[in-house]
Design a protein around this ligand. Sequence first.
Ligand code: NAP
Length: 285
Amino acid sequence: MAEVLKGAPCAKALTEDLAQRTNALKEKGVTPTLALLRVGERGDDIAYENAAVKRCEKVGIEVKKFLLPADAKKEEILSAIRTINIDESIHGCLMFRPLADKDIESAAARLLLPEKDVDCMTAGSLATVFSGGGAGYPPCTAEAVVRLLKYYDVPLAGRKVTVAGRSLVIGKPVSMLLLAENATVTICHSRTADLAAECRNADIVVAAIGKAKLLSKDFFKKGQIVVDVGINVDSEGNMCGDCDFDAAETIVSAITPVPGGVGSVTTAVLCGHVVEAAEKASARL
Ligand code: NAP
């Protein structure tokens, strides 16, 4: 049976390190601070907000909430971003996405300072992911995949990785982060001719599609490491990933569970970006 790569121990180790770095900053009079900007009352946004706040408490990060109604006007949302930009006590901003209005979302993304963009909302952050240098941070979930693999000492250099999914939130950035670790990366999508063959050919499979249990037993081979990023609900109403966990578990060497895998690391990565942003800001003082 495969080793189950749970996210909690990785998140705990990251949190402990971040708490120490936060204490060091506080001794210098700097409290790392995250602005949470939520428009409306979507259940998944609130769930992520609660998880983020809990993780921030463990690290010692202060949270400032900017809560706007679902019908907030463009100017109200942009005004909140301006406030966050000019408030020197705020080091990072997480705006829950997607917004209902794509035009407002794009305008907000153009306005937010890249150095406060802790979840890769701005073009500047995306450029950083692709170029490897500059202001901003990778999307938290994409980075969580790499953090989890490193925590479990999975070698990446020279390994063949198949990433299933090419979104700007996960598929593309995680591919760039793995490339930066010298993996040989194949990116797959809905037009890929034979996804099962591309997955079987890999040492490591990263599934980020959003289709419950799409990756069945034919997608796996012995010795593989599987990271399942998908969050779906199966036909019985249970949360599940993109991989058929029960089938994969009998074949591969190691696999992340859903829930309890990548998702549990994401808020720790978010906190890591806030602490790093605060460290950079305090170095500029
Ligand atoms: P997305 O924007 O909908 O992108 C899905 C990707 O999967 C697209 O690139 C799409 O290809 C590809 N795809 C769809 N059907 C496919 C198929 N049959 N074969 C191969 N590729 C296929 O989704 P996302 O935002 O990247 O999220 C992916 C999953 O991760 C979702 O389940 C989401 O809930 C989950 N997620 C998890 C976390 C976490 O913390 N664990 C965070 C965010 C999201 P095309 O480009 O060709 O359309």
